[in-house]
Every structure is written in C-alpha cells, then in structure tokens.
Design a binder for this molecule. Structure first.
Ligand code: ZN
Length: 191
C-alpha cells in the first residue's frame, strides 16, 4: 500500500518519513472570545488529507491521523488531570458512510474520558466553507445539545477558521450547565 500523505510505498498508513517530519504535530493555541482553541497542524500542511473527508477515503485518513494527534493528547491529558472528562464533537453527522469528527472523538475514549457521541448537532446545513465572518455570524449553526449536563467537556472539531462555530457551540453547552475546558481541532486555517 501507499502512504496516505506522500503516496510513497509504505506498510503503514503514513510512512515513517511523513510521521516524523510533515505530520509531526505542532500544537498551537488561539483564543476565540473566551475559548482557548488548540490545533495540531496548520491547515495548509495537511489540506489534501483534510479534503478527503468529502470522500470514502476520509475514513482511513482520519482514523490514521487521529492516532498520532487526539489519541496521544488525551492520554497525556488524563495522566495529568484526574477529573472525569467528557468529549463532545461538533455536529457529528454521517456523510459518505461515516462522520469524520466522530472518528476524532472516538480516538479519545479512555478509562477517564467519555465520548458523548453526536450530542451536539446543528439544525442549519448551510455550508460555511469559503464564506466571510459576517456570513457566518448571520447564519448561526443553531446547535441543539442532547448529552449529559453538569460535566467538564473538551470540544472537538476538524478545522478552525474564524472560530464562530466553536464559540457558538461553547455558548450552547454552557447554557446546559456544562463547563467547557477548551477546544481541540486538527487544523488551524489561520496562517
Ligand atoms: Zn509519506
């Protein structure tokens, strides 16, 4: 088989070279309103792979990438923080047979962290890609939350662009009595 990143022959999903160089996570922090957002990559670094979420190939790509990002992150986190943590993904709707965000959140399931699957869904299916901040603000996601209340939550999404979606999600969760610790995304689109 071939490396999903560089297409060279590889026995692994990502070849050793890609894992140690290009795909080595470099966590950056961005503050959106009152929410801290951490990201593993810059969007441009892994754009080709992120775009696979619109196809069936995305299942393999997101599964492989979550193992070198979200999974080690949560293992490190729970070893330093003894609270019971809950994981909420943004809008885990199934498209092309899977939900790419659910692949990310499922990789964060541990003895001390519980995934609240598909608990935060938007009732607005307008596409945000390529839209301005004003458009995003005028067309909120209108999230509804149906998960556990009075818990500590880490919010998960694949990409942060303007941050309006994550901020809206945080507000909805807080109204349900949830303590949002921070958000974690695969890629930050701000260069
Ligand atoms: Zn490679």
């Amino acid at each position: 088989m071939r490396c999903l990143s560089c297409q060279k022959l590889s026995f692994r999903t990502f070849c050793k070279e890609c894992q140690t160089s290009l795909l080595k996570p470099n966590i950056t922090k961005r503050v959106v309103g009152t929410l801290d957002v951490y990201s593993f990559y810059k969007y441009s670094t892994i754009e080709t792979m992120l775009l696979t979420k619109h196809t069936s190939l995305g299942y393999r790509v997101f599964s492989a990438i979550s193992k070198i990002t979200f999974k080690p992150f949560i293992n490190e986190f729970i070893s330093n923080d003894k609270r019971k943590i809950h994981i909420v993904g943004i809008d885990e709707k199934v498209k092309n047979g899977y939900s790419h965000v659910a692949i990310l959140t499922n990789s964060m399931k541990t003895k001390y962290s519980k995934v609240l699957q598909a608990s935060l869904l938007s009732s607005n299916n307008i596409k945000y890609s390529g839209k301005t901040l004003q458009f995003r603000l005028e067309n909120p996601r209108n999230f509804t939350y149906n998960g556990k209340v009075n818990v500590d939550v880490i919010l998960i999404d694949d990409i942060i662009t303007t941050g309006t979606t994550l901020q809206e999600a945080k507000n909805v969760l807080e109204k349900s009595g949830i303590n949002v610790l921070f958000a974690l995304t695969l890629a930050d689109a701000q260069e």
